[in-house]
Design a protein around this ligand. Structure first.
Ligand code: APR
Ligand code: PHB
Length: 389
């Protein structure tokens, strides 16, 4: 079997890259470890930067997003029962779209079906071979049969636990990591959102976030110790704790209901350099992970895909290697800016186990300055709505 670009991973990064390359006339095959149903069952953050929305439109997969997505021109930050709004339009003239990642993935799979390009689900034993030579290939098992896929390039879009990053030799790869000493307990409920825009809350009991998926589907998070399990949290216990952490007016007006989804996720910052080794490119979570505080995960996957699709299109259409040679540098420059912003928001809004009263007052002072300074709000808005690609 042969293709031009082998894509490992059928999540948002792999699917979006496949769709953009298809539109550029570049042939791809996607190898995905899980079933389509499994991939589509994942619940992930739903805030899209303007650049990500533009890229989805360029890929021809934004029709439902434009119909069903919400446009948010601001966000609320809350501390000690005070909340204030950062206006994206007023500060940077931009907005974000709120549209679940699951829906983005649905739309990308529908486009993949329409493109006729090949996708193998439930593959196993994926191995990347000769990535540092002129003729790389991938071996894998599907339906009990061994396969070999010869290709020009391999896009490692297989997430943090994938095989692609591990293919890069240890003396070439540098990994940077920060593990946060808490997790996020997330709840999905068929209730109207507590607010018209997202609320990020710093409370002395810990972080809380009020988000949404649509007018009758809310998404909430509270910071919890890493030792907690979802079994430790009944719906009642969750709603009571969330109410303690959100502003009183919001809590009093909030409608609660049975959770239809409940999970705990750890938080980490992780970056692998370089994002290219020979004919292998790393893209999305395969190369970097951010704490969800800045809603950057999906958006960083989109900017990686933007740079990689441009590079491969330039190669196949103009036999120009410039994009390929500069991919890692261009992608990493934006990755580090988003990693920094996500780290900053995480430090600003969470209670750390070893935090002192001084640390708490510093957080409160930072939030008070953000509330009072147009310049600080502009810098926040510039990062939250997305730095240019
Ligand atoms: N072979 C084939 N597929 C694999 C392998 C493998 N060895 N290992 C993992 N995969 C698949 C996973 O099943 C998953 O569907 O690769 C896909 C990677 O998708 P994501 O983890 O969603 O990563 P990415 O596409 O980069 O999207 C990043 O999605 O996970 C969120 O928070 C993340 O919002 C961010 C966005
Ligand atoms: C979500 O809606 O799931 C969400 C929104 C913003 C975040 C994280 C998660 O920062």
């Amino acid at each position: 079997m042969r293709t031009q670009v082998a894509i490992i991973g059928g999540g948002p990064a792999g699917l979006l890259l496949g769709q953009l390359l298809h539109k550029a006339g570049v042939e791809t095959v996607i190898l995905e470890k899980h079933s389509r149903k499994h991939v589509l069952a994942r619940i992930r953050a739903g805030v899209l930067e303007q650049g990500s929305v533009d890229l989805l439109r360029e890929a021809g997969v934004a029709a439902r997003l434009d119909r069903e997505g919400f446009t948010h021109s601001g966000v609320y930050l809350a501390c000690k029962n005070n909340s204030f709004r950062i206006d994206f339009k007023e500060t940077v003239g931009k907005s974000v779209a709120v549209y679940g990642q699951t829906e983005v993935t649905h739309d990308l799979y529908d486009a993949r079906d329409g493109s006729g390009a090949q996708t193998f689900h439930e593959v196993s034993d994926v191995e990347l071979r000769d990535v540092d030579r002129e003729a790389p290939y991938v071996t894998f098992t599907h339906d009990g049969q061994g396969h070999r896929l010869d290709c020009d390039y391999i896009a490692g879009c297989d997430g943090f636990h994938g095989v692609s990053r591990k293919t890069i030799p240890g003396n070439i790869l540098t990994e940077y990591e920060k593990i946060y000493p808490f997790g996020w307990l997330g709840v999905l409920s068929e209730t109207p959102p507590a607010s018209d825009e997202l609320i990020y809350a710093n409370s002395e009991r810990g972080f809380a976030l009020a988000s949404m998926r649509n007018t009758n589907l809310s998404r909430y998070y509270i910071q919890v110790p890493l030792t907690d399990t979802v079994e430790d949290w009944s719906d009642t216990a969750f709603w009571d704790e969330l109410r303690r952490r959100l502003p009183v007016a919001t809590s009093e007006a909030m409608q609660t209901g049975p959770s239809i989804g409940k999970s705990i996720a750890p938080l980490r910052s992780f970056i692998a350099e370089p994002m290219r080794y020979g004919r292998l490119f790393l893209c999305g979570d395969a190369a970097h992970i951010v704490p969800p505080t800045g809603a950057k995960g999906l958006n960083l996957a989109a900017s990686d895909v933007h740079y990689l699709h441009q590079a491969l299109r330039l190669f196949y259409q103009d036999h120009d290697m410039t994009g390929i040679a500069t991919y890692s540098h261009r992608a990493l420059r934006r990755v580090w800016h988003s990693v920094r912003f996500s780290w900053t928001m995480t430090n600003l809004l969470h209670r750390f186990p070893d935090q002192t009263m001084f640390d708490q007052r510093i957080q409160e002072s930072e939030l008070a300055f953000l509330k009072s300074s147009k310049a600080a709000q502009t810098a926040f808005a510039e990062n939250y709505t997305g730095l240019p690609f």
